[in-house]
Design a protein around this ligand. Structure first.
Ligand SMILES: [Cu+2]
Length: 433
């Protein structure tokens, strides 16, 4: 018996472990979570550049709240509009698989949320990891109504790079020393280009180089030797921006919620709406270093805001900390505003981490998007809602002479992955034409 037990024991242990592993692998590996948030869009006094404006914000915050989720999670955001303007919120970069109506552009996927009204957005983040953001999608409210959306890997999974000690979102923005709605209204009225902004901002603050801004300059703390992740978002309205941190190299590891093949550089260029995730190692002598951004403006003769926004990267052991003014932070030398060569080197260096299979056989089908303003929004909204129709024309195989005939027989087979109901309506309308 003793001998048998000796044989059986390791066998049983092995069997037990095997069964345990089997059950573990058949169970869902992670639990997706639903995150509930309340966004109250409201006017809030915000003082910048020596003057206080009644700024439209979310929950009184400028920039607005940072949303943090894991890949696979669902967001439910109830937006209540207590401002005097129409508003919608767009989830910039979220793929909105089968939830096109949660995308947010007013008069396109929804009617605006009227003053006093509310709307609940519900969508799931699927297959995207990194940094995105959200912003208002009505008139120019997005000048101040925006915030970060951080998507971490599924629980139990990790980044494709060593885990950073800290993660800091840096939102680059544009500030008008005026009501942004008035700026765009004036442009529409006169037909001229809208006035350029008066400042750029990092996390809502213009920084040391602007009037009345020094004491509120954003400080990003670091410890010597640590590697941190910066999630940089260009939430400016219209401006492409160069971004640099004095004396530090940045390793780009992601952009627009996709991982990238790591690329080390000293300068970034972000178009409005784009995000870039970088790793930064605090490998310089303990001190204060400026984080700075300014315009990349390549259109000849077009006016642009030619100012520079700064924040401070501050080593914990720096001899002169934030409030101490005896030493100035080190300033990076930013590229010239029209340095297209630098911008191009940067954008060409963004590569996929692995080989991507793309279609190699390209057909000649046309892909046409049509917007039809057919659905009336409730009274008070001045415009009507646009609907997008995705139409695939048949492959153009016939000779030229037969083209006219072909046009008669166009097959209105509407290719729309997500908007079946909307397209069904359109199909009926087209059928009655
Ligand atoms: Cu956007």
């Amino acid at each position: 018996m003793e001998t048998l037990r000796n044989i059986m024991n390791p066998f049983c242990t092995f069997l037990f472990l095997g069964m345990l592993l089997h059950f573990a692998s058949s169970m869902p590996r992670t639990k997706a979570v639903t995150h509930y948030h309340d966004f109250v869009v409201q006017a809030t006094p915000v003082k910048r550049l020596c003057k206080t404006h009644n700024t439209i914000t979310v929950n009184g915050m400028y920039p607005g709240p940072t949303l943090e989720v894991n890949n696979g999670d669902t967001l439910v955001v109830k937006v209540t509009n207590k401002a005097r303007y129409n508003v919608t919120i767009h989830w910039h970069g979220v793929r909105q698989m089968r939830t096109g109506w949660a995308d947010g552009p007013e008069f396109v996927t929804q009617c605006p949320i009227r003053p006093g009204g509310s709307y609940t957005y519900r969508f799931t983040i699927q297959g995207q990891e990194g940094t995105l953001w959200w912003h208002a999608h009505s008139s120019w409210l997005r000048a101040t109504v925006y915030g970060a959306l951080i998507i971490r890997p599924r629980l139990g999974e990790s980044y494709p790079f060593p885990k950073p000690k800290r993660e800091t979102p840096l939102l680059l923005g544009e500030w008008w020393d005026a009501n942004p709605i008035d700026v765009v209204r004036q442009a529409t009225r006169t037909g001229a280009a809208p006035n350029v902004s008066n400042a750029y901002t990092i996390n809502g603050q213009p920084g040391d180089l602007y009037n009345c801004s020094k004491k509120d300059t954003v400080v990003v703390p670091v410890n010597s030797g640590e590697t941190n992740l910066l999630r940089i978002i260009n939430s400016a309205l219209n401006q492409q921006l160069f971004f640099k941190i004095a004396n530090h190299k940045l390793t780009v590891v992601g952009a627009d919620a996709s991982y990238l093949k790591p690329y080390t550089t000293s300068v970034l260029m972000l178009g409005p709406g784009q995000t870039t995730d970088v790793l930064i190692t605090a490998d310089q002598p303990p001190a204060k270093y400026y984080i700075a951004a300014r315009a990349y403006a390549s259109a000849q003769g077009a006016p642009f805001d030619n100012t520079t926004t700064t924040a401070i990267l501050e080593y914990a052991t720096a001899p002169c900390l934030a409030k101490c003014t005896s030493t100035k932070p080190v300033m990076p030398s930013l590229p010239a505003f029209n340095d297209t060569a630098t911008a191009t080197v940067f954008t060409k260096s963004l590569k996929s981490p692995r080989k991507v299979e793309v279609p190699t056989e390209i057909d000649e089908n046309l892909f046409i998007t049509v917007g039809l303003g057919l659905n009336n929004c409730p009274s008070g909204a001045r415009r009507i809602m646009g609907i997008f129709v995705f139409e695939c024309l048949p492959h153009e195989e016939e000779e030229e002479e037969e083209e006219e005939e072909e046009e008669e027989e166009i097959d209105f087979d509407i290719c729309c992955a997500d908007l079946f109901i909307m397209c069904y309506e359109i199909r009926i309308i087209i059928g009655t034409w």
